[in-house]
Ligand binder design. Sequence first.
Ligand SMILES: N[C@@H](CCC(=O)N[C@@H](CS)C(=O)NCC(=O)O)C(=O)O
Length: 207
Amino acid sequence: MVTIHHLERSRSDRIIWLCEELGIEYDIVQHQRDPDTMRASETLWAINPLGKSPVIEHQGQVIFESGAIIEYLLSAFDSNGLRPAAGSKAYIDYLQWLHAPEATMTLPILMPMLCGAMGIESELMPLFADNETQTLYRYLEAELAQRDYIAGDHFSAADIMLSYTLMMAQSLAATGPDAVFTPYPSINAYLDRLKARKAYQAASVKF
Ligand SMILES: N[C@@H](CCC(=O)N[C@@H](CS)C(=O)NCC(=O)O)C(=O)O
């Protein structure tokens, strides 16, 4: 049994979705955000000294960081085809898009929301954040125009990592969620394809 420490509106959505895809038995411990600061409650800090979600507990181990948890679960259980074979072209795409969402994409996507919340007006927004996100979206649009999933013709765990970040960009957009990918029809179609998956739908009622 895997225990998922789930913070409302957070990256732990990825782990619930992965467990549904893999057919893993799991339970959810729910943690709340402070309604004023949106920071995680003390209950989460008690599990993860960094106070971040997701965190899982499995066989006496506590594991944080969504990409690491995904890699751990794919190795600990039958990966059900969600990790392409090492050495294949798909594996390289898989690795890149397993890591790029947290390592490269999140900062420019979150920056406008964080600066807004802190009352900071900065020219970094158009110079850095907007340029970075549009470069990423243009690249993804070109890639997803050629294939259904980010690592090729088959759904993989990299799609879970990536699509969460794209959906987060939609949910944070000042212009509203629908406007973000209007210029990027292949990204929109990709997100619709993923949301139609049974495992996503089963997970999303628990998000
Ligand atoms: N890179 C980490 C990011 C973890 C993270 O920032 N989680 C956010 C929720 S999406 C969080 O726990 N925020 C609560 C807080 O900072 O108080 C991961 O992918 O797990």
